[in-house]
Design a protein around this ligand. Structure first.
Ligand code: PLP
Length: 393
């Protein structure tokens, strides 16, 4: 047997992909499966964005680009951040990457090593913990609590910082809870971080355009005192329904930017050129498509929350962002993962068990409402019938 380094035995998975594979397998056997498992918009990419990529190919954009991304796209990212958050970002600090995940991969690699501690949200996006463990660093979960509206608590986060803490990962609006952390809490955290100047921050704001009920998304980019240690993560996957294009971007402090550039040269050279031109059309073109998608998500959000609260043993607070609901199912008598897998096998509804997002996810399910209102209603009916008739395993 070839000897693979032990780090690979510590690398994890994103169970949403396994549930998607299982749901697809059942559907191929003729089962009627409603998929509320996977976190990707069910809309097609807006046509003007697709056209920009087609045109780029026709215009001959077939070669490598700079590893950092083409300048007009980096300028479009900077202009978008100025438009949304009134912040000045130099295109020289913007890095174009094949998806949002690459920023977290690289950031965690830059700060993770044996003995280092990295704070991350739990429940949270599973790749954070997986990558932290891959580097040999110690993952320190920051509990994200329903009682706090699934916002992170500045006080609790700051209390977990030790002299070994290298990196703090934040995510608002959040996957899997839909929680949005309010401005007062963010300002409390930023204030407290002044006492910990050596702790870097990665702010995953990939759902930043998706908030509801007038809730404001407060970007960490708005705090100049953090800018020399902040990695801002964003991308086109969710906002412009472009998950399969692989287009992300991030803003880096200067010394880290150079590391990221070299890593890109070594790992992937650049993002494919046509996708980068599509990104310019996405960021610089009309934003009505984003508004329309968010309005449709909002409509479904209300349907899903209302329906969940009618199910026996289930309660669900109203998520303020992203496109996920995170109902509390602890009173159903089911363990969350057993409930998720039995729902798929017996009721044909794919959802994800909360523990797939960390130990603090026990007692919850994640439902993605990136599916039609009609399918959401059918799924809720099936879940209701299941919970009324089926005893906990
Ligand atoms: N960050 C969060 C919180 C996510 O939920 C996701 C995708 O589900 C990503 C980052 C990764 O996005 P991408 O598909 O652009 O790599």
């Amino acid at each position: 047997m070839p000897h693979v380094v032990p780090a690979f035995s510590r690398i994890g998975e994103e169970n949403a992909f396994a549930v998607l594979a299982r749901a697809t397998e059942l559907a191929a056997k003729g089962r009627d499966i409603i998929n509320l498992g996977i976190g990707q918009p069910d809309f097609p990419t807006p046509p003007h964005i697709v056209e920009a990529a087609v045109k780029a190919l026709r215009d001959g954009h077939h070669g490598y680009t700079p590893a950092t991304g083409i300048l007009p796209l980096r300028e479009a990212v900077a202009a978008d951040l100025d438009r949304r958050f009134s912040v000045e970002v130099s295109p020289e600090s913007v890095m174009i990457l094949p998806g949002g995940k690459v920023t977290m991969f690289a950031t965690i690699l830059m700060f993770g090593e044996p003995g280092a501690e990295i704070l991350y949200p739990d429940p949270g996006f599973p790749i954070y913990r997986s990558m932290i463990e891959f580097t040999g660093a110690i993952p320190v979960p920051v509990p994200i609590r329903e009682a706090n509206g699934f916002a992170f608590s500045a006080e609790e986060t700051l209390s977990l910082i030790t002299p070994r803490t290298r990196l703090l990962i934040l995510n608002s609006p959040a996957n899997p809870t839909g929680g949005v952390t309010p401005k007062v809490e963010i300002e409390r955290l930023v204030g407290g971080l002044a006492k910990h100047p050596d702790v870097a921050v990665m702010s995953d704001e990939i759902y930043g355009t998706m908030t509801y009920d007038g809730e404001e998304h407060v970007s960490l980019l708005r705090y100049p005192e953090l800018r020399d240690r902040l990695v801002y993560l964003d991308g086109a996957s969710k906002t412009y329904a472009m998950t399969g294009w692989r287009l992300g971007w991030s803003v880096w402090p200067k010394p880290l930017y150079e590391n990221m550039r070299k890593l890109a040269v070594n790992a992937h050279s650049c993002v494919n050129a046509a996708t980068q031109w599509a990104g310019i059309a996405a960021l610089s073109g009309p934003q009505d498509c984003v508004r329309e998608m968010v309005e449709e998500f909002d409509r479904r959000r209300k349907i899903v929350v209302e329906g969940l609260n009618r199910l026996p043993g289930v309660s669900c607070i109203t998520p303020k962002g992203a496109f996920y609901a995170f109902p509390n199912v602890s009173r159903t008598g089911w363990k969350a993962k057993a409930l998720a897998s039995t729902l798929l096998d017996e009721a044909g509804v794919a959802v994800i068990g909360g523990p797939d997002f960390g130990v603090h996810g026990e007692g919850y399910l994640r439902l993605s409402y990136a599916n039609s209102a009609e399918n959401i209603l059918r799924a809720l009916d099936r879940m209701g019938e299941f919970l009324e008739t089926r005893k906990a395993a």
